[in-house]
Design a protein. Structure first.
Length: 238
């Protein structure tokens, strides 16, 4: 189940683009795949737990983003990979797979929980963890194992990944960012405006050279600093 606004944002990115072959991985039960079919894309799906996929008439294969996915190189015009990177053991391997599987100038849309919005930054400061990456005690792991019938990877958030890491791995693998988006605005955002104003004031007082070197403007942008639960990045393979 996706967070409110996530699929809508992804579809808004894709609608103006030419139709082509798209891989959705992880595909879950197939909710996004159904939306992509409705938009006219030729959809392929892959998931670690392919038995959970519920959409008839769409190819589904078992695959792990931490390894090698069961497709030949340059098979796809598009890849959507929503809320998957935070669950796997090796996010860098996933970026290598994105690069291998996409055709030149292929489009990649990824999303992860936004650990860098102002609310999550404050929670990290106060508690030492964020909303989506709480400590995994033995009790919490046992509950996840029971609730997910042994399919722990569905619920375990093992790798907190922020804008900095996403951009690093994208650029390292030959991707160029086209846009950064949030799933939705948070209703309680106004509570943090004094802190947001202070962060943006510090950014303005930073030299242009340092801002460019440290991605200061990007980190203080609305999709990152005032983002909702999810950060979404659209990039193209150069």
């Amino acid at each position: 189940m996706s967070r409110p606004g996530l699929h809508e944002t992804v579809l808004k990115i894709l609608r103006p683009l030419p139709r082509g072959v798209i891989l959705d991985c992880p595909a879950g039960e197939g909710a996004l795949a159904q939306d992509l079919l409705n938009e006219g894309f030729d959809v392929r799906c892959c998931d670690l737990y392919s038995e959970l996929f519920r959409l008839d008439g769409v190819e589904i294969k078992r695959g792990d983003l931490s390894g090698t996915l069961p497709y030949t190189s340059e098979s796809f015009d598009y890849i959507t990979s929503l809320d998957g990177l935070e669950h796997i053991d090796s996010p860098p391997q996933a970026f290598r797979e994105y690069r291998r599987l996409l055709k030149p100038r292929g489009h990649l849309i990824i999303s992860v929980p936004n650990i860098m919005n102002v609310e999550e930054r404050l929670k990290w400061l106060l508690f030492g963890y964020t909303s989506h990456f709480k400590p995994l005690s033995e009790q919490s792991k046992a509950k996840i194992h029971y609730d997910c019938a042994g399919k722990d990877e569905i619920a375990v958030h093992a790798n907190p990944i922020g804008y900095n890491e996403l951009r690093y791995y994208l650029e390292k693998n030959g991707f160029e960012i086209q846009g950064v988006y949030r799933d939705r605005k948070k209703a309680n955002q106004w509570l943090y405006w004094p802190l947001v104003a202070f962060i943006r004031l510090l950014a303005k007082l930073t030299s242009a050279k340092r801002r460019a070197d440290r991605w200061t403007d990007e980190l203080a942008s609305d999709p990152v600093l005032l983002g909702g639960n999810t950060i979404i990045i659209h990039s193209i393979l150069k």
